[in-house]
Ligand binder design. Structure first.
Ligand code: AQP
Length: 334
């Protein structure tokens, strides 16, 4: 970790990873590892902010690790580990609980969405989750954070915490202000059933998402059943404004066919949605099916996955402990 630029990002082991996680974040993780020092974390402590069955959680931690590897993350290039194995994350999160403001957390829209109508019943962990996320990032003094658009607000809070810490403890530039790396073309993949909601692991209907482990048949079936529009595909983006499901399909198509939305519309204008669905299903089968097969293969050797996490934790701990020592000193802890 010699260069000053450092990438950090995490994925929650809360179930099957999906096309949104892949296109919005993980694909970007893979391309960054060739040019920058990268730390990628299976954020298991974030996962338990909502109840997880312990056996399923153990399996999901390994499966998320397998998904990292299957999509192209290389443990020889990137540090890959699980959050709970480096206790400095929790310690720094506590310090940040004492730096961050209740008013700041009250503005977090993800808490409002996830807690639902009965906030009194949400865990305290879910409420202070953004402070733990700030700790994950700042523990490594990360400068760049590849995430989907849904995490933008949490990244802004991380920057606020870094700034306040630097000011409170009179240590200008101690924590860098990390930049979000949000893809322009596809920052938010939406549900295949409701184009106003993001594609998500916790959405009840499996038809709302393409899982990385879906078979070719399942991918084809889900795309076929995806909501679209009864009118032919228009030739301009403006006409898609009130058609979120159609816009979503076209955006996904433009991403996996490596073009942009404008060009995709020129190619598709006047055609029925069944046409684009056929092309999109073929492209997704070609890109996603090999990943799914590799995840299944990697999950046959859990000892190997556990070893990768252990090695990654050892590497992450060295950097984390060194930084935490300096942080404790700044705060006045002895
Ligand atoms: N639909 C999405 N479009 C683009 N990016 C997305 N990400 C998640 N959903 C989309 C990005 O994937 C990374 C890992 O996310 P996560 O699993 O840690 O948490 P999440 O955002 O809460 O994902 P889910 O699928 O919605 O999980 P549940 O249902 O468990 O809450 C992040 O960079 C995220 O932005």
């Amino acid at each position: 970790m010699s260069s000053k630029k450092l990438v950090f990002s995490g994925v929650q082991p809360t179930g099957n990873l999906h096309l949104g996680n892949y296109l919005g974040a993980i694909k970007n993780f893979v391309s960054l590892q060739n040019d920058m020092n990268c730390v990628y974390c299976v954020v298991d402590l974030h996962a338990i902010t909502t109840f997880q069955n312990p056996d399923e959680l153990k399996n999901n931690i390994l499966e998320t690790t397998a998904s990292f590897l299957a999509t192209g993350l290389d443990p020889n290039k990137s540090i890959i580990f699980n959050q709970s194995s480096v206790s400095a994350h929790s310690e720094l999160a506590w310090i940040f609980n004492c730096v961050s403001k209740v008013g700041w957390l009250n503005r977090m829209t993800q808490f409002k969405d996830k807690a639902g109508s009965d906030k009194e019943k949400a865990s305290v962990g879910l409420y202070i989750y953004p402070n733990l996320m700030a700790a994950d990032i700042l523990l490594y003094k990360a400068t760049h954070v590849p995430v989907g658009a849904d995490q933008k607000q949490h990244l802004e809070l991380t920057r606020d915490i870094a700034q306040k810490f630097n000011k409170d403890f009179n240590c200008k530039d101690f924590f860098p202000l990390p930049e979000p790396l949000i893809l322009k073309n596809i920052s938010r993949v939406m549900s295949l059933r409701d184009g106003t909601k993001k594609m998500s692991k916790s959405e009840e209907s499996d038809y709302s998402r393409i899982n990385l482990k879906d078979s070719s048949d399942e991918i084809v079936k889900k795309i076929k059943k995806a909501k679209s529009d009864s009118e032919p595909i228009p030739d301009n983006i403006k006409s898609l404004e009130k058609k979120p499901e159609a816009l979503n399909l076209l955006t996904i198509y433009s991403e996996v066919s490596k073009t942009n939305l404008e060009k995709a519309l020129i190619e598709m204008a006047g055609k029925e949605y069944s046409y684009i669905k056929g092309k999109l299903a073929d492209l997704l089968v070609a890109e996603i099916s090999p990943i799914g097969k590799e995840i299944v293969k990697l999950m046959n050797d859990k000892t190997h996955l556990t070893k990768i996490l252990k090695k990654g934790s050892e590497k992450a701990s060295i950097k984390a402990e060194e930084n935490l020592k300096n942080i404790r000193e700044k705060v006045g802890l002895i």
